[in-house]
Write a protein that binds this ligand. Structure first.
Ligand SMILES: Nc1ncnc2c1ncn2[C@@H]1O[C@H](COP(=O)(O)OP(=O)(O)O)[C@@H](O)[C@H]1O
Ligand SMILES: [Mg+2]
Length: 382
């Protein structure tokens, strides 16, 4: 569940209906909730749509990766505009997505799907090393791994998995907002450390930012994205930006919070309004905002201190640390898992980066390695 989304809807005076696989605690729930399996077939969404007919629903917004396809089925059954089930499939299955992107002639890594039946040697021969093996469906880096040597490449790809050539470049993301099939406004995000630290807006040179914007717009057309707030990942290379993936939902990794701080507006509000068919504007950024996600690795926490000191440092707007000495921390499997985070703002991105570094250094989070089992709660998405 994404609490900020529910809070924004309430602030806007909307009457949100939360459809979730597991309902949050009553304190955080909107008045109207529906529990439903997101693996339910399209028929189930038609039934739900029929039940909801009298509610006067204006829009269905997917808040998480897993809800993109179900939201599209519900939207279609309600006769609402927005991402269609076909487009949702392209945006949530990396194999289908890359096929559409390649067919459109956009730059992306060469890739192989399991159905091609290639052996380890053939995969290495085709894609070179390193290569990346990943599940076609998922987010937050869960399951993706880099094989640097042939011995790390599976003998054959399991069903539902794919392999990609490794792209040498600087990874970034871009948050796109649009309607009528056109991506019209975009925020660039710099990944200071992939899955761990980001700054918004990314300090890109104008031609580079334009190239990312063009790629994002072309990806919308290739995938059939009609409207909404999308999160594209790309790699900056000397030959220009290379497409990584596109998520047809708002970004995780605290990027919505960073955008709120940098642009001094509520990006959830923009996402909701655009989904309701309104035309919105992304204002000019007023400052930069950066996040450091905290995760010490797997083990038992030995030291967790410095929060009070960090809070006093310039530009620090948020510090949370949810562990204490003695707590067990599990291995980080997805970028949504964290034990806390730091958020800073500054007039420019380089200053925000410097403040983030200073704040991170003032925080002490150490573990004694000890493989744990209790999984960490997943608080966001990639
Ligand atoms: N072809 C690639 N070249 C280089 N790095 C990659 C490639 N594919 C994935 N990665 C790395 O793995 C991470 C997770 O892969 P991604 O395709 O973004 O899946 P997810 O949906 O889980 O985020 C990426 O953020 C990137 O750092
Ligand atoms: Mg990703």
């Amino acid at each position: 569940m994404r609490r900020a989304a529910i809070e924004s809807a309430a602030r806007m005076g909307l009457r949100p209906i939360l459809v979730a696989e597991t309902l949050p605690s009553t304190r955080l729930r909107p008045a109207h909730t529906i529990e439903a399996s997101f693996d339910a077939p399209p028929e189930a969404w038609k039934t739900l749509a029929a039940d909801l007919k009298g509610e006067g629903i204006d829009a269905v917004v997917a808040l998480t990766e897993r809800s993109v396809v179900p939201a599209a089925h519900l939207r279609a059954a309600l006769g609402l505009g927005g991402l269609s089930p076909e487009a949702a499939r392209l945006c949530t299955h990396k194999g289908a997505m890359k096929r559409a992107i390649r067919t459109a002639g956009l730059p992306c890594a060469d890739f192989v799907e399991a159905s091609e039946g290639l052996t380890r040697d053939e995969l290495v021969e085709r894609l070179g090393l390193p290569l990346v093996v990943k599940p076609c469906v998922g987010s937050g880096g869960r399951g993706a791994r880099i094989a640097r040597e042939a011995s790390e490449v599976p003998e054959t790809l399991e069903d539902g998995w794919m392999a990609e050539a490794f792209i040498h470049g600087t990874e970034m993301s871009a948050e796109g907002l649009g309607w009528g099939g056109q991506m019209r406004a975009m925020n660039p995000t710099r990944y200071l450390a992939v899955g761990e630290a980001s700054v918004v807006p990314a300090p890109l040179a104008a031609p580079e930012e334009q190239a990312v914007r063009d790629l994002h717009g072309a990806a919308w057309r290739a995938l059939g994205v009609e409207r909404g707030l999308t999160h594209m990942e790309a790699f900056l290379t000397p030959e220009g930006p290379v497409f990584g993936e596109l998520a047809a939902r708002p970004p995780g990794g605290h990027l919505m919070r960073l955008m709120a701080l940098a642009y001094e507006m509520d990006p959830w509000e923009l996402a909701f309004r655009v989904e309701c068919g309104e035309h919105v504007e992304l204002p000019q950024p007023r400052q930069a905002a950066a996040v450091q996600i905290l995760h010490p690795g797997e083990g038992i926490v030995r030291v967790a201190s410095g929060v009070e000191t960090v809070r006093e440092l310039p530009g620090v707007t948020e510090v949370t640390l949810r562990v204490q000495p003695g707590d067990r921390v599990d291995r980080r499997e997805g970028t949504g898992q964290e034990v806390g985070h730091l958020i800073v703002t500054a007039p420019t991105a380089p200053e925000a980066e410097a403040r983030l570094r200073a704040a991170s250094e003032a925080l002490r989070l150490e573990i004694t390695p000890d493989p744990g089992h209790a999984p960490l709660p997943d608080v966001g998405l990639d």
